[in-house]
Design a protein around this ligand. Sequence first.
Ligand SMILES: [Fe+2]
Length: 420
Amino acid sequence: MSEGAMLATSLQGARAETDALFRLLAPDAIYDRPIPERNRLVFYLGHLEAFDWNQIGRVCLDMPSFHPEFDRLFEAGIDPPPGQGPQDQPSDWPSVAEVEQYSQRVRARLDAVLDHAPPGNVQMVLEHRMMHAETFAYLLHQLPYTRKQQVAPSAIPTGGAEVSAGEFIDIPAGIATLGQRAGEFGWDNEFDCHTVYVPAFAIGKHKVTNGEYLEYVRQGAKPPHFWVERGGQWFFHGMFSETPLRLDFPVWVTHREATAYAHWRGLELPTEGQFHRAAYGTLSEAASGTLSEAASGAPANGERFYPWGNDAPTAAHGNFDSHAWDPQSVLAHSPGDSAFGVSQLIGNGWEWTATPFAPFPGFTPASYYLTYSQNFFDGEHFVLKGGSPRTPAGLLRRSFRNWFRPNYPYVYAGFHLIAN
Ligand SMILES: [Fe+2]
């Protein structure tokens, strides 16, 4: 199959996935705004297609617009500071029928010309859609259960295994490669590829658990957003139901909460470089020296493409790629451990880092999408690495960087602790 045909097939698959997410809404929930700092859900119905149209139809192929008003209305999402959400009303938005008609027209037009679009741009709209498949899950999560269709809960391993808190793994000093190789697909913030020297440090083997965080809450800390207390018992507010809080599951918290918890323990969050070192580093780096990935086709500095090695991600490696809606035990998925034995650096929740989202040396904004990253280089967003249960496998590449505000409580994100 040609690259173009493969991308077209992937796009069809991604459309089917996002279409299925909208079908999880109760019939009249499309005009709800489950997260105050985000648009009403109907925006996303139009946004995915408007983005594809604006990028491929308008920018790449210079096609005439058939609906300029919707191209603009659905062009870009929002990320205001907390408490400064938009004030629009449902009646300010078009009808679902109008939006769906627009979407169908966009799809038909683009499918007819997709072969003529540069593969890198098709990859971009594909990844944009995949990212929204995850962030739409955050929105869906915040809807009351009565506002979404019930889905049979995914099987959660039973048994309340105790996690031995405080197990730390020594990571020797070494080189970490950040960013994507030139010539490979990546978003603008993944370039330029470069190396950083990371001094020795120790990292928790597991993600911080609900059980560990519960001690902190008992000392007076505010409980995480996803926890609910009923009759003196703690529950996890899952996607489709509340379940008794599992102490061996990762705690999902904001960056501020993660940082405060780490400091309470006298510890830190990992930097982006430390994350890379713990996740992708090996003891064999000296052997491969400075041989570049581009020259050899293999990772440089003895590093791996994924924590578990260079094999493509599978369900055995972690809780990602939409197999589950909610978190699982921090003890699960040991085949996904890193070379140093650190668990779940990818999957079961993004990993907060201490690193503010900022450009890599040599950064230039992508000419076709100038605002993708640089609007967020404001010191008000932090880098997350890894992935959550709803992160598609295609976004698990080493160089992918995610970012959110430090007090945004809706992202599926936990953390490992660092002792420097
Ligand atoms: Fe978007």
